[in-house]
Design a protein around this ligand. Structure first.
Ligand code: HEM
Length: 161
């Protein structure tokens, strides 16, 4: 019973990671394309909040529930699909952390532009395109982890038996 409760949390966490990631990217992109500083400032503020409430919680809980599941179902963390997932998870984090920082900066720059009734600065546009580019590897890694978790393919990893 406990095992399935933790597995339930793990799968819900996975859905939150993929769903919030895709949702945030979509809302930020559409707000940007609208080009309205007020909309961009508002949406960026909500996106930052959503990332802290939903994504950050799931990001922290996912490895905890995952490692717990592995230990309690007899999988080694060196099992190919698990080891590769952990590596991809680290890669996701390396792209996601700067993304969070960029979202904060873009929000602040948009609010500043709004307050001073000025156009968005060049720095905002630069950050937006870097943010956009970073989203692809982060999202692709999570999508691949999803597949690895479901298919559990036999992958040989150095040190595994
Ligand atoms: C980071 C360390 C992680 C570890 C150690 C881990 C470990 C595991 C283990 C051992 C299972 C099998 C549970 C069972 O068969 O009862 C599992 C299932 C699952 N994991 Fe992970 N996981 C991790 C991260 C993730 C991430 C980041 C996602 C997706 C974003 C994810 C999505 C899933 C899904 C959807 C299942 C259910 C698959 C199924 O039952 O067909 N996991 N995980």
């Amino acid at each position: 019973m406990l095992y399935f409760a933790v597995k339930y949390l793990h799968v819900v966490g996975a859905a939150v990671l993929l769903g919030t990631g895709a949702g945030i990217a979509f809302f930020m992109l559409v707000a940007h394309l609208r080009g309205d500083v007020r909309v961009i400032a508002g949406v960026a503020g909500i996106v930052v909040l959503a990332d802290f409430i939903f994504t950050a919680t799931a990001v922290l809980l996912q490895p905890v529930t995952g490692v717990w599941l592995a230990w309690n179902s007899g999988y080694s963390l060196w099992e190919g699909w698990i080891a590769l997932s952990i590596a991809l998870y680290i890669i996701t984090g390396m792209f996601w952390l700067p993304v969070v920082w960029m979202q904060l900066r873009m929000r602040d720059l948009a609010v500043e532009a709004l307050v001073h009734d000025a156009p968005l600065p060049a720095l905002y546009h630069r950050l937006f395109w870097i943010w956009f580019a970073f989203g692809f590897p982060a999202f692709a890694s999570v999508a691949v982890i999803f597949w690895l978790m479901i298919a559990r393919p036999a992958i040989a990893v150095l040190g595994s038996s």
